[in-house]
Ligand binder design. Structure first.
Ligand code: ADP
Length: 220
């Protein structure tokens, strides 16, 4: 089996940016990593995700319960593993994932009261890693960014890409709950936490990258 490294964090925390920087750094060393991202909006396996995030089941994230919404994202991951990167990984490849099962922990775990989160986390990881047979990450890097900063980052990205936010991205209260759930999951499951804001200011992409890179080199 290969290695699976996951970049995790709330929306707008810099996952795509750091995944790309890591991909370029490791590629330069001749390691030939493969980069994957979730959800796969361009694939049919994300149909239910698009309906959910587009508000077809309700305009609030909590209109779809944590378990139901989780399955939408889980089956997209299953399809991607079968169609795209499973063989590469099983042949020993190095896979860098922008989001993974851990994103369900963050974005769906947030919908549950703290007393019910542990049972949800156990269900989620058992469902995806054991029952669906998806690989467990070797390392989860959690980009820890306060919500006021991620909202600024998302506004920049939306301006750059001429897009608007989905039902997760436009709900500040929900995003705050996601950050709390992410912190709980990070502590509980040993995710490598990288604080990305210092003295109220977002650290530079390069500075964060150096920390991501050194965490990854520890396990390669
Ligand atoms: P995510 O994938 O977590 O949603 P992105 O990587 O798309 O986040 O980043 C969201 C926005 O913030 C993008 O416009 C990106 O260029 C910007 N960004 C990411 N990291 C930083 C950083 N360290 N400092 C300033 N802007 C950043």
């Amino acid at each position: 089996m290969g290695k699976l490294i996951v970049l995790e964090g709330t929306d707008g925390s810099g996952k795509a940016t750091q995944c790309q920087a890591l991909f370029e750094a490791l590629s330069k060393e001749g390691l030939s990593p493969r980069k994957i991202e979730f959800p796969r909006y361009s694939e049919r396996s994300s149909a239910l995700i698009q309906m959910y995030l587009g508000g077809e089941f309700g305009s609030q994230p909590t209109d779809v319960n944590a378990y139901a919404a989780s399955t939408f994202f889980s089956v997209d991951r299953y399809a991607s593993y079968k169609q795209d990167w499973g063989k590469f990984y099983e042949d020993g490849g190095l896979v860098l994932a922008d989001r993974y099962t851990t994103s369900n922990a963050v974005h769906q775990g947030s919908k549950l009261p703290p007393a019910e989160q542990e049972a949800y986390f156990r269900w989620l990881f058992d469902f995806e890693y054991r029952l669906l047979g998806l690989p467990e990450p070797d390392l989860v890097i959690y980009l820890d960014v306060p919500v006021d900063q991620t909202e600024k980052n998302m506004l920049h990205r939306q301006a750059d890409t001429n897009t608007s936010g989905d039902i997760h991205e436009t709900n500040t209260e929900y995003l705050r709950a996601c950050r709390l759930a992410a912190g709980t999951a990070a502590d509980r499951f040993g995710w490598r936490r990288i604080p990305c804001v210092e003295n109220g200011v977002m650290r530079s992409i390069e500075d964060i990258h150096k920390e991501v890179y050194s965490a990854v080199k520890e396990i390669l």
